[in-house]
Design a protein around this ligand. Structure first.
Ligand code: HEC
Ligand code: HEC
Length: 831
């Protein structure tokens, strides 16, 4: 260090040097001596559990897994259609505005003469606007269901996009809150597909034809379509796929579908898998449902405040008012959703804002899973999504008289919002504004009983034939549900012994909400599961489909970096690798997958000064254990799942990802697991800015500055005045300009991650009140501020204080960044 000042980072680097010299360093020892620039990464194992697959079978299972990742809902379309009302939100549109004034390619509508106040507004569903936006993607109206995608008008006219834009008449509002005229949804659409990636139509039974909230394609005014009605479901691909591989705001592929390659593209269809949709706006997607209350504990929360106490107060307000003032509650829930930072996803059910960036799904030897490492087993991880994130009604298992009760006994932990909600009360809020209950108020009790598991033995609204139950030590399932006559009659009650392998040790993590999906009948038939089982008797029938999905994710490799920027910086890569190793990065980001598979604890000793109440001393003892230095990145995500990690998730062996003991409340108290964040892989950094789990570290060139160019040294030397710092600045710009960009620049953002002076600028901007809060002329009973900070939404960009001693554009940092940008599918093959 040239300054001679001893900083934390000096100590850390010294620490890792000492550890390497004296102890051989416990971290990353599995890959000691592995040279990433000389040796290719080992391929994923071609097996499921202990069962080796033939080459052909492996290949076909990868293919099947992809199909299910893209299309399987397990019946979740009932949650998204009957309970949520996806794309069926009620907008208030000025009475005299034409509903679609936009040109065939979605040009801005012609200005309507301004209407004197008070404005007359009529209620209109979102669906026609969505359909119009999809239909005009190829520049031809009226062919949505009969070959959209045959036009030839550039990216927008070709029938595909990486950012579907809905065009609304000027003056449109949603629950009284202003709606932009051009709403960038961030949804991706494949050429030739009538629906966005990850949105799937599921045919409804003929007997349901009278339900008005089902979607009837032939009646949508977008041209001929097959007769009948459908429900819309969502799948894994919605969040994890994108056509924009290099993340510059333009689609690089026409289609993400297997076999539908794009002539002339630098990438293959499979490169769009698992790379994360970094501009999808979940807040808007959820706010535009008919019943945003379904997500009130997940994607919404108080605006401008972000402590667990604020969340509890907010849930209390929703509970006391949803019947008395349904419109006011709907508006506040929507407001809490609209502030969600674009491109990030908040999947934690805690009524707090703790958005994460969408992780990269290169899962091969990249355990534990999720940023907070809450899962070690791939099937348990997939199951958590299918039972609780695709079907939000499954979260009823968290209520105070189900597993939430256990949280209450951990009195030293943060209070849970579920302490205020019994299962019955929670279910009532979830269904109150649902399309099904609005249509037929007498169906309320039956829908609640379905969600509570009283009518069919399965909590949530997934198809019960696709789900089994198992005892969960947290109390997710009451006796009457677990041992429901239908569960007994249909042999749906499982024990860990039914799964074998490590199941006994994983225990409750296998059924976090009491339920576990099994291979759907549809998938079993299509795959010929019985034949598979004859060939491979060791395969588990229940997990077969989920295992195929995991197999596909393990098979994925990051997209190659084909940029001229990297090619021109080729001579720097080897030097950059040396700096990477010398700075201690390789201790944690070890081996071919750039992870030691360990957790870094969040804090060293005491809680930092943040808006979140630090857990009391007892909790901190547990926090203090674990290996390596404290990571100190945004705490919200990790703290949200703290109890799960400490008291339920089993300790595991980093080398294999296998559990070594059962998860155990007592051990949790004495700290058998480090609570914090897992070491992230570094492959595809070239396309995955912003950085850190909260996506807080981002720098872009100003839209009016000269373009980035192909000279890495020159780019990194650009003056401060050319740059926009912090995700907050970029997102605020996008909302104000109603534009897709600017996008974080990978090289500049890496420089801000690794140079202390640059990072400080990022953190300051994230803490400033820059993000617009929709208020308009609507009532504001909870006093939301006009602007809020990214920090109040859980996006800080702090921590991971491992810095390089250099200046922007200096030789060392430029070499290191050249190395980091070269980490793609084959780092050992130089560009
Ligand atoms: C609503 C968006 C969304 C959907 C739908 C979704 N995911 Fe995710 N996924 C996320 C987010 C956000 C995370 C990061 C969660 C965290 O760490 O807190 C994540 C994490 C993951 C991870 C862990 C990656 C890592 O680095 O450890 C895997 C694997 C994964 N998802 C697979 C799936 C599968 C399989 C499905 C479908 C069953 C699915 N996801 C559906 C948003 C989504
Ligand atoms: C003590 C272990 C440790 C050391 C040492 C370490 N990292 Fe990390 N790194 C992590 C963890 C943990 C994360 C994830 C933190 C989070 O998201 O909150 C991470 C995240 C990152 C990311 C962001 C990845 C993404 O997709 O957002 C980059 C880039 C990175 N590290 C590079 C480096 C470099 C370069 C060095 C050396 C100067 C280094 N790391 C040193 C543990 C470490």
């Amino acid at each position: 260090m040239s300054s001679g000042r001893i900083t934390t980072s000096t100590l850390v680097l010294l620490g890792s040097a000492l550890c390497a010299a004296l102890l051989g360093c416990a971290r990353g020892s599995r890959w000691a001596g592995f040279d990433v620039l000389q040796q290719p990464a080992p391929p994923p194992p071609q097996r499921i559990g202990g069962t080796e697959l033939s080459k052909e079978d492996y290949r076909s299972l990868v293919f099947w897994g992809e199909k299910w990742f893209r299309s399987e809902t397990f019946g979740g379309e009932r949650a998204t259609t009957d309970v949520a009302g996806l794309f069926d939100g009620e907008l208030e549109v000025p009475c005299d505005a034409p509903l679609d004034a936009a040109g065939p390619l979605g040009e801005p509508p012609k200005p309507v003469p301004s209407v004197p106040a008070p404005v007359c507004r009529r209620k209109v569903s979102v669906l026609p606007f969505l359909i119009r936006a999809l239909d005009r993607l190829d520049g031809t109206l009226g062919n949505l269901f009969s070959g959209n995608g045959n036009g030839a008008n550039g990216e927008l006219g070709n029938g595909y996009t990486s950012d579907l834009v809905l065009v609304f008449p000027k003056g449109t509002t949603l629950a009284g809150l202003p709606v932009p005229e051009r709403l960038h949804t961030g949804l991706d659409v494949d050429a030739g597909s009538p629906w966005p990636i990850g949105v799937v139509p599921v045919a409804a039974a003929a007997s349901e034809a009278s339900l008005p909230f089902l979607v009837e394609p032939a009646a949508l005014g977008a041209g001929p379509a097959a007769p009948g009605k459908v429900r819309l479901g969502i799948t894994c691909a919605l969040c994890h796929y994108t056509l924009d591989i290099d993340k510059d705001g333009h689609a690089d592929l026409r289609s993400s579908e297997w076999g539908k390659e794009t002539p002339g593209s630098l990438w293959q269809a499979r490169n769009s898998w698992g790379v994360g949709n970094q501009d999808v706006h979940f807040g808007w997607l959820f706010a535009l449902t008919r019943n945003p209350l379904l997500g009130f504990t997940v994607l919404s929360g108080p605006v401008g405040k972000n402590s667990p106490g604020d969340a509890v107060e907010w849930v209390r307000w929703v509970k006391e008012n949803y019947r008395r003032s349904p419109e006011a509650v709907r508006r506040e829930v929507i407001r809490g959703m609209l502030v969600q930072p674009r491109g990030l996803a908040d999947d934690t059910p805690n009524a707090l804002h703790d958005a994460n960036q969408l992780p990269l799904l290169f899962t091969n030897q990249n355990w534990p899973y999720n940023f907070d490492g809450s899962f070690i087993d791939a099937s348990d991880r997939n199951n958590g999504v299918w039972t609780g994130a695709i079907d939000f009604t499954g979260l009823v298992s968290l209520a105070s008289d189900r597993s939430g009760g256990l949280q209450a006994s951990l009195y030293w932990e943060q209070p849970s919002v579920y302490s205020l909600l019994t299962a019955e009360e929670y279910a009532d809020i979830l269904v109150d504004q649902s399309p099904l209950v609005i249509h037929d108020p007498s169906s309320r009790r039956a829908l609640k009983d379905n969600i509570l598991g009283y009518s069919d033995g399965i909590p949530g609204v997934l198809d019960p034939d696709n789900v089994v139950v198992m005892k969960n030590d947290l109390g997710a399932l009451p006796e009457r549900v677990l041992n429901h006559p239908q569960n007994q009659a249909k042999k749906r009650i499982r024990t860990p012994a039914d799964y074998g392998g490590t199941a006994e040790l994983r225990g409750s993590v296998m059924v976090l909400l009491g339920t576990r999906v099994i291979t759907s009948r549809k998938a079993a038939q299509a795959a010929g599961l019985t034949e598979w089982q004859k060939r491979y008797p060791g395969l588990n029938r229940d997990d077969f489909q989920s295992d195929a999905v995991s197999l596909m994710l393990d098979w994925l490799t990051p997209p190659p970096n084909r940029s001229a920027l990297l090619a021109n910086a080729k001579s720097r890569i080897a030097r950059g690798y040396e700096i990477f190793k010398a700075a201690g990065c390789a201790g944690c980001h070890a081996g071919p997958f750039f992870t030691d598979n360990r957790m870094s604890r969040l804090y060293a000793r005491r809680g930092p000064e943040i808006g979140i109440a630090p857990p009391s001393t007892a909790g901190f003892r547990a926090l203090g254990r674990g290996t390596g230095p404290a990571i100190g990145t945004a705490p919200y995500r990790s703290l949200a799942n703290r109890s799960l990690q400490l008291y339920v998730a089993p300790p595991y062996e980093p080398e294999t990802g296998l559990p070594v003991q059962t998860g155990n409340a007592l051990r949790g108290l004495f700290g058998s697991r480090a609570v914090g964040y897992k070491t992230l892989t570094l492959r595809y950094l070239w396309g995955s800015a912003p950085y850190l789990h909260d996506g807080g570290v981002a720098v872009a060139l100003r839209p009016d500055a000269a373009p980035a160019g192909d000279d890495l040294g020159a780019l990194l030397s650009r003056p401060v005045s050319d740059k926009m710092y912090g995700m907050a600045t970029l997102l605020a710009y996008r909302e104000a300009a109603q534009s897709g960009g600017p996008w974080p620049n990978a090289a500049l953002s890496l420089q801000a991650l690794l140079l202390e002076c640059e990072r400080r600028r990022v953190v300051v901007q994230n803490a400033a009140a820059l993000m617009p809060v929709p208020i308009g002329s609507a009532d504001n009973p909870l006093g939301a501020p006009a602007k809020t900070s990214a920090e109040s939404l859980g996006v800080q960009g702090i921590g991971h204080d491992f810095y390089i001693d250099d200046e922007p554009g200096g030789e060392r940092i430029t070499d290191l960044i050249a190395f980091l940008l070269s980490l793609d599918d084959a780092p050992s093959e130089l560009p």
